[in-house]
Design a protein around this ligand. Sequence first.
Ligand code: GRF
Length: 227
Amino acid sequence: MRGNPGWNMSELRPDALGYRAGRSTSARVAVLASGRGTNLQALLDAEASGSLGKTRIVLVLSDRPQAKALERARQRGVEAVFLDPQPFPTREAYDEAVLNALRAREIGLVALAGFMRVLTPVLVRAFPDRILNIHPALLPSFPGLHAQRQALEHGVKVAGCTVHFVDEQVDHGPILLQAAVPVLEGDTEETLSARILAEEHRIYPQAVRLFAEGKIVVEGRKVRIVP
Ligand code: GRF
């Protein structure tokens, strides 16, 4: 059993549930994104509206220079970093550079939001139970790319999205939150994706808030949300 580490390791105390986070005082989040960044925007909006408490998104990092996510960060005065994968000989070397960027900014939680790279153990092991991902399917169904299309082609009646902790397998780690949407007659990949996306924008900020509040306990594959 392992507790949501929260932000400040020095505040960790054992209790009946294992290790729980102390209440956050300086919650520093990095968002990694490769594309349009609507989930990033939902997180920024939640922060601006006060619903993330003292959580601060302090860094947006992208592997693509044209990522709209970088633009969204700059518009909010958040540091936006393009880290070019090209000069790095291996994925691990790239992740080392990402890790250095995160450590330099004392990041406590990493939120992947459409980051189109599979993280290596270099990063995953440095942030155990501290990296969240959002995936547009009800995992463990339809991991990987084009999840909404996979769901449609499979003929499911219910689709949805998942926020989970990142482990060393793709779209696999312990599940924190899920939301379901109906698949409607005549849905296309676009219409279904839009319905799912609205739920993504609702549950991702909710997940970050739960983390920041130290309300998450991870027990093997199971995540409990505690008062
Ligand atoms: C979302 O559908 C998310 O679930 C997936 O990548 C997409 C990112 O969209 N991981 P956006 O860049 O946040 O708009």
